[in-house]
Design a protein around this ligand. Sequence first.
Ligand code: CTP
Ligand code: MG
Length: 238
Amino acid sequence: MKVTAILLAAGKGERLGASVPKCFLMLAGKPIFMHSFERFFEIADEIALTVPQGYGKQAMLTILKRFDHLKHLDPGKDDEATLESSDKRIRIVRGGKERQDSVERGLRATGHGKVAAVHDTARALVSSATIRKVIERAPAIVAVPAYDTLKQVNKKGVIEGTLDRSKIWHAQTPQAFPTDMLRKAFDRARKKKTRGTDDASLVEKLGVEIAVVAPDGPNMKVTTPDDLRLAEMILSNR
Ligand code: CTP
Ligand code: MG
């Protein structure tokens, strides 16, 4: 079964507040996005990597240095590049304004896989086992059950009630769907102007059942400077 991966690295990283876009910061010797890229390279037949404006060339050079059997096609277009070997196709594309726009651009740049996995490369610790598991179960997302007690709080900062924790999961990535299903969900969202903070929220609107699978190993997202230090610590102990 052919697999497409849409790897997101086009965010600014405002909450991290560095001078470089978050996924291009160095983590354990390589840019954050490259950790996920290497994992997906083992598994996907086709990859679209979304990058911030002005970062296409840097992404391309990092990938070419690591996988030197790839050929660089169509040089010259800013931020857009295609890298290819006999059995892989990598598209580097400029991301959109919000995450959802970036996924849409990634989907437009790909088209070979039967299943498409969308992943935030800010989740740099993702394991191959996690990726394989969610693809196998598609439509499915990686998620973790809530461990803390969850309060619903009003605008004044006062508790309104306690949620039933047993039914609450935190959505992570990767999230994998039959590619046709994902396209249908994104087409519908564009027509109806619906926005979602993850991919499943758009696919849910099609009325299909989506499974949750727990990650194998840590799968935290680097959001703040503390997260970056924590990820560095976890990787240095591997
Ligand atoms: N992302 C993207 N295109 C965007 C916004 C986000 O490709 N327009 C990607 C990010 O690079 C990240 C993932 O989506 O891998 C999840 O987003 P988030 O963790 O929120 O990253 P940022 O948007 O970069 O961070 P912040 O919200 O703090 O600015
Ligand atoms: Mg963001």
